[in-house]
Write a protein that binds this ligand. Structure first.
Ligand code: NDP
Ligand code: 2IT
Length: 446
């Protein structure tokens, strides 16, 4: 088996040179899905995973715009249209200086499996730019978004490709992108998700990823007759996902000790409560400030410059910042400190070395494509509401989100539970694969 997996990875790697993040994501899927393919005649010999590892289409384009000093700036924009077997391409846009093709292809590949798990009809895609919104004025961000959309608009549409937010792209950016799309196309459609509530956005979409991570984590705990209540929790990041994961942990009685950004982490021994979280939300979403401002406001807390939160003893860890932010050394410290559960809020935040330690020690580990699928799931519900020209209440959307997260948990059990241990990586990968593979087989060689 190892030989077949290696042969496959060598072939994919040969045509994707210098794309380490993409190869990391493909390897994780191949290791669990290829043994399943080999045991199932309908998939065997169809080169189905090889087809899934090749994007249907990749767009790369120049984004020129003028900054506030009237300097001409040039960025690179992308859209990776990975797989449309089960629905229109669907996935976020990331604006961050680290964005390149390897990062977006890994995200689009993960997205294909994640979207399949949601039970909703969405294919996989991802896009973005190396544009850095930090320190840019609102008008600069608007001009950038308008230039970006001027190129992208002809490639997307409510039945073709439906982008949304990701790192560096939140409600403000989606608003500007939507405005420019509508102006160019002269059509009001559900072409983007994460829109403002007054122009077609779904209630609960801002909360959905973070809430979903915690709903999934709670399901894993319940499966072992445990609960989040009373547990100490380390969260990384302080953006959209981290904020709402923290909120749901607080509501379920957990004690969140940490939050972070790329400058370091803060640790509050008393726990972050709803009032302190409101301070963070204002700091990050309105003032666009740095996390160390927390310790000026709450002096019992400490700031740890240049460090990640994983050195803080906790029972549950929720990495919600970015890829490869939790490595093998971090995993060893978490295990030594008695951590029993990891729920990935970010995409691929744990390195392969970290994941193998979690598996060896048989602690609960949820891969992002299962545990952070709540965001895109509510995006799917936003698409449904836009098609209906109707909007559901908060309760309605939140209930549907909870049902979807429970269904994803059930799918992971179906394909990942063996001898009382649940391998959520295996479960999520195989469950995500089966639906897309069946659709691809039915649609012929395209
Ligand atoms: P935001 O832009 O709202 O927040 C990102 C957070 O992560 C910030 O605190 C940021 O700190 C930190 N961060 C980003 N890059 C790095 C880095 N290289 N090192 C350390 N910290 C970093 O993004 P989101 O919260 O939306 O996204 C977070 C993660 O969740 C991403 O992996 C994303 O792909 C994933 N995700 C998001 C979904 C969504 O609906 N938004 C859905 C599913 C997954 P700083 O401000 O200093 O850069
Ligand atoms: O990684 C993700 O799932 C997202 N950034 C959300 C994608 C979406 O289309 O809502």
């Amino acid at each position: 088996m190892d030989k077949i997996v290696k042969q496959f990875l060598d072939e994919v790697s040969a045509r994707n040179q210098n794309e380490p993040e993409f190869m990391q994501a493909v390897a994780e899927v191949a290791e669990t899905v290829i043994p399943y393919i080999v045991q199932h005649d309908i998939y065997y010999g169809q080169n189905i995973l090889l087809r899934m590892a090749e994007p249907e289409r990749v767009l790369s384009f120049r984004v020129a715009w003028i900054d506030d000093q009237e300097e001409i700036q040039v960025n690179r924009g992308y859209r990776v249209q990975m797989n449309s077997a089960i629905g229109p391409y669907k996935g976020g846009l990331r604006f961050h200086p680290s964005v390149n093709l390897s990062v977006l292809k890994f995200l689009a590949f993960e997205q294909t499996f994640k979207n399949s798990l949601t039970t909703l009809p969405m294919g996989g895609g991802k896009g973005g730019s190396d544009f850095n919104p930090k320190g840019r004025s609102d008008t600069e961000v608007m001009r950038f978004c308008q230039s970006f959309m001027t190129e992208l608009y002809s490639h997307i549409g409510p039945n073709r490709d439906v982008p949304a937010g990701d790192i560096g792209v939140g409600g403000r950016e989606i608003g500007y992108l939507f405005g420019q799309y509508k102006r160019l196309q002269n059509e009001f459609t559900g072409v983007l998700t994460g829109k403002g509530a007054s122009f077609g956005g779904s209630l609960i979409r801002p909360e959905a990823t973070g809430y979903g991570v915690v709903y999934f984590t709670q399901k894993m705990m319940e499966h072992q007759s445990k609960s989040i209540k009373g547990k100490t929790i380390a969260v990384s990041g302080s953006g959209n996902v981290a904020q709402y994961a923290t909120e749901k942990c607080i509501q379920l009685g957990g004690k969140v000790l940490t939050l972070s950004d790329s400058s370091g982490y803060i640790m509050d021994p008393d726990g972050i409560n709803q009032e302190k979280l409101a301070f963070i939300m204002n700091l990050k979403n309105v003032k666009r400030g740095r996390i160390n401002a927390y310790v000026e406001q709450y002096p019992k807390a400490s700031f740890h410059s240049g460090k990640t939160p994983w050195e803080v003893p906790c029972q549950i860890a929720l990495p919600c910042a970015t890829q490869n932010e939790l490595n093998g050394d971090d995993a060893a410290i978490l295990l030594k400190n008695g951590c029993i559960c990891i729920g990935e809020g970010a995409n691929m935040p744990c390195t392969p070395e970290a994941i193998s330690q979690f598996k060896e020690n048989k602690i609960l580990f949820a891969p992002g494509k299962a545990s952070n699928a709540g965001g895109v799931a509510v995006s799917g519900l936003e698409m449904a509401q836009n098609s209906l020209r109707y909007s559901w209440t908060r309760e309605e959307v939140d209930n549907r989100l909870q049902v979807i997260m429970a269904d994803i948990h059930q799918s992971c059990l179906k394909y990942g539970e063996e001898n009382g241990y649940v391998d959520y990586v295996k479960g999520a990968n195989i469950a995500g694969f089966v639906k897309v593979a069946d659709a691809m087989l039915a649609q012929g060689v395209v």
